[in-house]
Design a protein around this ligand. Structure first.
Ligand SMILES: Nc1ncnc2c1ncn2[C@@H]1O[C@H](COP(=O)(O)OP(=O)(O)OP(=O)(O)O)[C@@H](O)[C@H]1O
Length: 829
């Protein structure tokens, strides 16, 4: 082949590929860097749009005219010009590429122009090259005059497009050097009263592509919140690349670095995936070979046994009895490793988070985070076992089909792929509104269901069962209507997508049959293509689904990522030592504390609890008594000042050793849904049954427990709901007694027991608190009368301190509290 002709051939091949790649990369970069459309006046945007669409359509029509010229030529049997494969690729590919560009240009006027301008510049350059090298060698061709005219017109249109695009961009930069919004991230943050917010621009509705995942009205609030967080994080990161970097933390958890057998499985899996790709190709190819052999069998009489045997071998290897079975076996240990690692990491992390997190937590949400996080391996599996091989399969298919026949069938495949994805994307966006209504109706149905079942007693009291049933059936009907409206569009889109696949298959089969009938390819190739088509279709159909799946999985992982990034506010300082407990002298020195910076909860709290003494905290509700105990237990760290135990600042000792010193009976004790025996033993796991019973006797609850039908084996229900308030408190006291602590914290430990039981418990308390530093919060002042030091707490400050006798004679707050209680008791009598 003459060198000039070779250059023409090469140029024909690379022109559509290079333009398509430039356009695709431009759009990908804009997407990854979160670029947003240029902002200019609506009039200017519209006129730019009009010019671009007109010229692009003109380029497209000029190519179509050329294609029709060739077709006419062939139809009339002139065969004046040989339409070689490279020309087919050049004309067919260019129609496809410029058609795609024109379709993208239609509709919205605000867009990111970079990819278009780059494609036009590339198009002008390559078209000029094709023209200058090609047409000099076509003298004497009947169509060369027409071809030249069409080609010149295309170059003019493309250069006009490129120049206008460049002038517009350069001009705008010169006029508004700082306002090149194509370089600004899509999401702009604003600060509103100290809270970061996303400022949405109304123009964003016109955005050509919004990289963030769209929210749905019917979604649970938390999912919306997560999407908002994702948006915010994307904005902070500036690009998808930077955003995805954060997921390294999760990928590390899913990667089986510490497990030899899982690593081995991963290696086998990788090899099996590669082998699977080859088999996808070998099975149809072998069928083609068998067909060719059979074709000539009537002459030779030979049965292709060997080929059929090989084919069966490939089919077996490609089945669930072959390599797929190995895939499943190998996946199991990898999945289990990730499941265990992610689950235990997340669970351990939650357990170690501080009180400020725990008091704001939503338990269901946390459990969902662990659950979805544990399925994170699905994300890795999805990327490495589904999406990766799928892309690989597509590339292989394009190359293989080109080799099998020619590029025209490959072009059909690309068109089918793009058409399928475009129809899928369009139907999804059309169906979005219906999907929202469907979600809303679905949530409404569950709401009605929950409300009615949850409020069954109220329904029964007011005899409203019929009303509730009719409400529910109305909600079900609404749900059904919304569902069918959504699915109608969904199914129509699905049918359209399948029609595209069928039409693609039909065109490819017809073209292949045409080539075979002309002797350009053996009949076996036709069989190979028809069989291979299914393998090609599978990745095409999963592209749009995969994108949606991937975005949902990212959102689910966001939940876990957010959790793992939450750091406990109370932790061991570096170099913290275990608490060295001596006598138990506790000192609060100028302690200041605020749950919320806007409101101080404790201010200038100073006192000393001598070793082995009992300190009572009294005062009006909300004064800060429990807060003092929480600070001592180090649920929170003080804002200023210090708390010392035997001279050691509690912030300098390890949390474990500090908390091991305490026995706490909280205001609202909660129990595990297990037996009483197990609940009490929770304080000291190695305690014997007898020790548990002893503790219960001391807490004056033993007799009560043995009166239950199942005695100590009675289960207490969720958080202890099956017990009365007084029983619950006494079991909590028994737990504290069994622990045999060094410091005792009693936060209104007897508020729910009657006077008689309280007297019994008080005796138990005397045993529990003997020689132990004890803090007692109590509203019933009679219970703390004998305390060594009484602190009256009001509005976060200690306003009075002393023994009962000292305070009573002060005639201050303490005296008034006493008088109030006495008068209440007198009134009750
Ligand atoms: N986790 C929290 N976050 C924010 N504010 C809190 C929190 N816990 C308590 N507070 C507030 O701190 C103040 C002191 O609460 P604290 O529980 O210490 O009072 P108290 O004297 O023990 O009251 P009571 O006798 O009713 O138990 C109250 O105004 C309360 O609303």
């Amino acid at each position: 082949m003459a060198p000039k002709l070779l250059v023409v051939h090469v140029l024909h091949w690379i022109t559509p590929i290079a333009i398509g790649t430039t356009f695709g990369i431009g759009r990908l970069v804009a997407f990854c860097k979160l670029q947003r459309p240029s902002r200019c006046s609506r009039g200017s945007a519209k006129s730019r749009q009009f010019v671009s669409v007109t010229l692009s359509v003109a380029v497209l029509l000029l190519f179509i005219a050329q294609a029709l010229g060739y077709a006419l030529d062939q139809f009339q049997g002139l065969n004046q010009r040989d339409v070689t494969q490279d020309i087919q690729v050049y004309v067919g590919g260019s129609i496809f590429i410029w058609g795609t560009v024109a379709v993208h240009l239609l509709g919205k006027s605000k867009r990111i122009w970079h990819p278009y301008v780059a494609a036009w510049i590339m198009g002008t350059f390559l078209e000029a090259c094709v023209f200058s090298t090609g047409h000099s060698s076509e003298a004497g061709n009947l169509h060369s005059g027409l071809d030249s005219a069409l080609h010149i017109c295309r170059i003019v249109c493309l250069s006009a497009l490129a120049c206008s695009g460049l002038c517009f961009s350069v001009g705008r930069q010169l006029l508004q050097p700082r306002a090149d919004e194509e370089h600004r991230p899509l999401l702009i943050s604003g600060v509103n009263e100290g809270h970061a917010t996303i400022v949405s621009d109304h123009d964003d509705e016109d955005d050509e592509h919004c990289p963030v995942i769209e929210g749905e009205d019917g979604e649970p609030d938390r999912t919306k919140e997560l999407k908002e967080k994702q948006r915010k994080r994307l904005q902070e990161c500036g690009s998808w690349m930077a955003y995805l970097k954060d997921f390294k933390l999760l990928a590390k958890l899913a990667w089986p670095s510490g497990d030899g057998s899982a690593k081995m499985c991963l290696t086998i899996l990788f090899m099996v995936i590669l082998a699977d790709r080859a088999l996808n190709l070998l099975v149809p190819r072998q069928l083609g070979i068998i067909t060719d052999k059979l074709w000539s069998a009537h002459e030779t009489g030979e049965i292709p046994i060997k080929e059929i045997g090989l084919w069966m071998l490939y089919v077996w290897l490609n089945s669930y009895a072959g390599l797929h079975a190995i895939t499943q076996f190998c996946q199991l240990p990898i999945e289990q490793y990730a499941y265990r690692k992610i689950g235990t990491t997340a669970f351990g992390h939650i357990m170690n988070l501080s009180m400020d997190f725990q008091s704001n937590k939503h338990s269901g949400e946390l459990m969902a985070a662990i659950g979805q996080g544990q399925h994170l391996y699905r994300l890795c599996e999805f990327v490495f076992l589904d999406v990766g091989p799928m892309i690989f399969d597509l590339v292989i298919a394009l190359v293989y089909v080109t080799l099998l026949f020619d590029a025209s069938i490959t072009l059909i495949m690309i068109m089918v792929g793009v058409g399928y994805t475009c129809v899928g994307t369009k139907t999804t966006s059309w169906a979005m509104q219906r999907r929202r209504r469907y979600n809303q109706a679905q949530r409404n149905e569950s709401k009605v269901q929950n409300e009615s079942i949850g409020n069954w007693q109220t329904v029964a009291y007011f005899n409203m069962a019929d009303h509730e049933c009719s409400q529910y059936s109305k909600a079900v009907d609404e749900h059904n209507v919304a569902r069918s409206r959504y699915y109608m569009v969904h199914y129509a889109g699905y049918a359209a997508q399948n029609l595209i696949l069928l039409l693609g298959q039909l065109s490819a089969a017809l073209l292949a049959a045409y080539r075979v009938s002309r002797g350009a390819a053996p009949v076996g190739n036709f069989i190979t293509l028809v069989t291979y088509w299914n393998t090609i279709e599978a990745p095409l159909t999963s592209v749009s689904f995969s994108v949606r799946q991937l975005s949902q999985m990212l959102i689910d992982s966001e939940r876990l990522l957010e959790l793992l990034r939450t750091q406990p506010s109370v932790t061991d300082r570096s170099g913290a030592k275990p608490l060295h407990f001596k006598q138990g002298r506790i000192e609060f020195d100028n302690v200041r504390f605020a749950y919320d910076v806007r409101k101080t909860s404790l201010d200038d709290v100073s006192f000393v609890a001598e070793a082995g003494k009992t300190i009572a905290l009294v005062g009006e509700t909300g004064g800060g008594k429990s807060t003092i105990l929480k600070l001592l237990f180090r649920y929170y760290d003080v804002s200023s000042g210090s708390i010392k135990i035997d001279g050691q600042d509690i912030r300098n000792v390890t949390l474990n050793s500090l908390r091991a010193a305490f026995g706490v009976v909280p205001q609202d004790p909660s129990l595990f849904n297990a037996s009483i025996m197990e609940n009490v033993r929770y304080a000291r796991l190695e305690a014997s049954d007898e020790e548990v019973k002893e503790a219960c006797r001391a807490a004056a609850v033993h007799d009560r427990i043995i009166s239950f039908p199942d005695g100590y084996q009675s289960t207490v229900g969720e958080r202890g709901v099956k017990l009365s308030g007084g029983e619950l408190q006494r079991i909590a006291i028994a737990r504290a007694m069994l622990r045999n602590p060094r410091i005792v914290l009693l936060d209104e430990a007897t508020s729910m027991v009657d006077a008689e039981t309280e007297a019994a418990i008080q005796k138990a308390f005397q045993r529990l608190t003997r020689d132990r530093t004890t803090f007692v919060v109590a509203h019933r002042l009679s219970t703390i009368q004998d305390a060594d030091l009484i602190l009256v707490v009001q509005n976060g400050q200690i306003i009075e301190r002393g023994t009962h006798e000292q305070l009573y004679t002060l005639d201050g707050k303490y005296t008034r509290l006493w008088s109030k209680q006495l008068s209440k008791q007198t009134a009750q009598i």
